[in-house]
Design a protein around this ligand. Structure first.
Ligand SMILES: Nc1ncnc2c1ncn2[C@@H]1O[C@H](COP(=O)(O)OP(=O)(O)OP(=O)(O)O)[C@@H](O)[C@H]1O
Ligand SMILES: [Mg+2]
Length: 451
């Protein structure tokens, strides 16, 4: 096949050139030029199409395909929608291939299920399939060339297809290496067309970058119907599946799994896993933080140790050190927790990073709890931004946070004023940090109880 003409276009301003530049001559941004195939010969004029009124559209009730993995179904909003495109992102080794092979195995009992593997050999997949069991009927194709994959899908028309992973696919028409922005975009675009036309529900596996977003262009997330994130801590067996985007369901659902030798096992009661503090232990608090638009409960641990150092240490894992310094200062100045002679260590359990001010209050609670040796009340979460005056500011999307607390079985929440009420959850409103500490820490009666 003759190589198609290629040009480099800026994703920011649309500037196009015949060669690549590190800095866009159009808008001076760096690293925004990506490779594109220029439309080949001039196309014949397309005929216009008749328009429809929505009332005349016959909606074929899309019967969802149960994946056989209840936690996955829940996050998808009740199963896979036929002819949809789902992107599953996750860090290396988190268990993406395992999860999808389990789903394929369950679905292959009644449907045609195809696994396109570009990362692992057929033999490697076979080994995993033997460990998981029940995958005998899953069809497999070891291929990385995009054209071949698309042609095969069109010819075979399986009901469900998993592409592991989209970064390994490459189109010979583009000169760039597999996994590059242009290749990933091309692969996703072509697979989208094929899945819609041939009615194949397609799941793409995507790698994530260091900052946790799916590698490749942002456009990938816009293209697909559903973006799932598989998260987990390498050192623990638990994994969380969330929807970052879902055109067919809510993005509030979350699926929790435990990685075992026999595969991933759904965890029916995730409240056991998250924000699991040993009650009565000083120095631990549960934060209800938002990650992007997703609420997540995290245990925050703090240690306060007396020191003779002239400059006491403030060591944070998972929390911005500047934020920690600010919280320590506000605690000392406005809440009567003097830490001038103490080292303060703060750790977010599970190796998660919080960038969000809504987690301030829980960090402060954990530090105050450690400093006063008073545990945080059992079953209590906290959220709210701490201002420099010691006043609490309302946190964004309080309702979603409360929903998450309720979902994970917590009983009470320390929160800023004007937090909405939620049945089954006691909201302890606090205007200032001092009041919040009183409400959240044991051995001191709560200031105000509502809800
Ligand atoms: N025999 C086993 N017993 C228990 N856990 C295992 C076993 N074999 C593999 N695992 C788990 O499975 C994980 C790998 O799963 P999987 O290959 O599905 O991940 P992945 O997300 O597809 O990774 P990659 O990005 O490399 O493709 C390992 O990190 C390990 O935790
Ligand atoms: Mg894999």
């Amino acid at each position: 096949m003759a190589k198609a003409a290629v040009q480099y276009a800026c994703t920011e301003c649309g500037y196009a050139a015949g060669r690549w530049f590190g800095k866009c001559p159009g808008c001076s941004s760096f690293g925004t030029l990506v490779e594109e195939v220029v439309g080949q010969a001039a196309k014949a004029k397309a005929p216009p199409k008749p328009l429809l009124r929505l009332v005349d559209v016959r909606a074929e009730e899309a019967e969802r395909i149960p994946t056989g993995v209840p936690e996955l179904d829940r996050v998808l909003g009740g199963g896979l929608v036929p002819a949809s495109l789902v992107l599953l992102g996750g860090e290396p080794g988190v268990g993406k291939s395992t999860l999808l092979l389990m789903a394929l195995a369950a679905m292959s009992a009644e449907r045609r299920a195809l696994l396109v593997t570009g990362e692992e050999s057929v033999a490697q997949v076979k080994l995993r399939a033997e460990r998981l069991g029940g995958a005998e009927r899953v069809e497999i194709l070891a291929e990385t060339e995009l054209d071949v994959v698309c042609e095969t899908l069109e010819a075979e028309r399986p009901d469900v297809c998993v592409i592991d992973s989209v970064q390994t696919l490459y189109s010979a028409e583009l000169g760039s290496a597999p996994g590059s922005v242009a290749q990933v975009r091309e692969a996703a675009g072509r697979l989208l067309r094929v899945s819609k036309e041939s009615g194949v529900a397609t799941i793409l596996v995507g790698h994530v970058t260091k900052d946790g977003s799916v590698a490749g262009p942002r456009v990938l997330e816009h293209l697909v119907d559903c973006v799932l994130q598989f998260e987990g801590d390498r050192y623990h067996a638990h994994r969380v599946l969330r929807a970052a985007k879902n055109r067919f369901g809510s993005t509030n659902e979350l699926g929790v799994f435990e990685m075992t030798g026999g595969g991933l096992v759904g965890v029916p009661d995730p409240s056991e896993v998250f924000g699991r503090t040993v009650s009565g232990e000083p120095g631990a608090a549960v934060a209800c933080a938002l990650e992007g638009t997703r609420p997540i409960l995290l245990e925050i641990q703090a240690l306060v140790a007396q020191t003779d150092l002239a400059m006491p240490r403030r060591v944070a894992t998972g929390v911005d050190p500047k934020r920690l310094a600010m919280i320590v200062a506000v605690l000392g100045r406005h809440a009567g927790v003097a830490l001038g002679q103490a080292d303060v260590f703060v750790n977010v359990a599970g190796g998660v990073r919080i960038d969000e001010p809504g987690a301030d209050l829980a960090i402060a609670l954990a530090i105050a709890s450690a400093a006063r040796r008073a545990p945080v009340r059992a079953g209590t979460a906290a959220f709210g931004e701490i201002g420099l005056t010691g006043r609490l500011r309302p946190a964004a999307q309080a309702e979603r946070r409360l929903e998450e607390c309720g979902k994970l079985g917590l009983k009470q929440v320390v929160a800023p004023p004007e937090t909405p009420k939620r049945p089954g959850l006691r909201v302890m409103e606090a205007e200032t940090l001092r009041q919040a500490l009183k409400a959240g820490l044991e051995s001191e009666p709560p200031v105000e109880e509502t809800g």
